[in-house]
Design a binder for this molecule. Structure first.
Ligand SMILES: [Fe+2]
Length: 297
């Protein structure tokens, strides 16, 4: 994720210097509890715990493979405990902690030039990014992946529906869409991926965090339900195209149809086929200023 406008220019340089040098020294040696102690703003404590849990320079994909494959040898011994602490802190975050007022449903349809999704950058390191996504009524973040990444998502207001999937190893199964005229080109056949549609659930401010890992619930689609919604988002490590963590978008051959959510959710998990696609032209967002407490790392 790119730095926010606040973090560009001289402020960006100040915060980078703080992060890399004297700020860390001051925090750890002179004022150890000011940033992460109980007196610190909740979002500051979340960031500090995220920094401990995801310090950067660690291959989280390999670490979580240990969980998936039954091997514990690559999992840092304190990772599960730190992640649990992070989840407890994140569960306490509400919109008012970030000085964000829940937005009312717009009585008239939004104008086409206004974004359906906006984004607030709070902070980022090599290990994680911390941000807020705000969705207008019925807005949708299309199905996308988080290669080699963890995610911790907490609703701040409104209701969001999250559909979670994972890609499966490519096998020799006949693609169910092969007979469809929609998927006859070699390019589209190459872009098909077998996957498992694991779950679909609705989250509110009262819900605990939704967690994704490199190998479980790694792909998701997020929709605002019955009004505007916002959620806090921790991604670890952040997207980074140079390091192979590029966000890719997909469509499901067995489409996700919200009106059938209750009936379709009852037969989950089930295998589906995904078609990797360019980002939808009608999905775009803009950054807006983060109004909450500044976070220092
Ligand atoms: Fe996501």
């Amino acid at each position: 994720m790119a730095a926010s406008g606040d973090h560009k220019g001289w402020m960006g340089r100040v915060l980078k210097g703080w992060r890399m040098g004297w700020g860390r020294l001051w925090r750890t040696e002179a004022q150890p509890n000011l940033l992460s102690g109980s007196q610190a703003p909740l979002i500051q404590r979340v960031a500090c715990q995220a920094h401990v849990t995801f310090p950067g320079g660690r291959d989280h994909s390999s670490a979580l493979c240990g969980v998936a494959c039954g091997s514990q040898e690559q999992i840092p011994p304190d990772f599960a405990e730190n992640l649990s602490k992070l989840k407890i802190l994140v569960a306490q975050v509400h919109a008012e902690d970030l000085c964000i007022a829940p937005r009312e449903t717009t009585p008239k349809p939004l104008k086409p030039h206004l974004p359906r999704v906006t984004y607030m950058h709070i902070c980022d390191t090599d290990g994680f990014s911390l941000s807020v996504f705000l969705l207008q009524r019925d807005a949708r973040i299309p199905l996308h992946d988080h290669p080699g990444m963890h995610g911790v998502l907490k609703v701040l207001y409104g209701t969001i529906r999250i559909s979670c999937m994972d890609q499966l190893e490519v096998g020799g199964d006949q693609c169910p869409g092969a007979e469809s005229q929609l998927f006859q080109t070699p390019l589209q056949q190459e872009a098909l991926r077998p996957a498992v549609f694991r779950s679909q659930a609705e989250y509110t401010e009262a819900s605990g965090p939704c967690i994704l890992t490199p190998h479980l619930d790694n792909l998701h689609q997020i929709e605002a339900v019955d009004g505007p919604a916002a959620f806090l988002d921790i991604l670890a490590p952040p997207y980074n195209t140079d390091q192979g963590r590029e966000c890719r978008y997909y469509r499901v051959l067995d489409p996700l149809r919200p009106k059938e959510a209750s009936s379709s959710a009852s037969d989950l998990p089930r295998e589906v086929w995904l078609l990797e696609t360019p980002k939808d032209a009608d999905f775009w967002g803009e950054e807006e200023p983060y109004p909450g407490p500044k976070v220092l790392l």
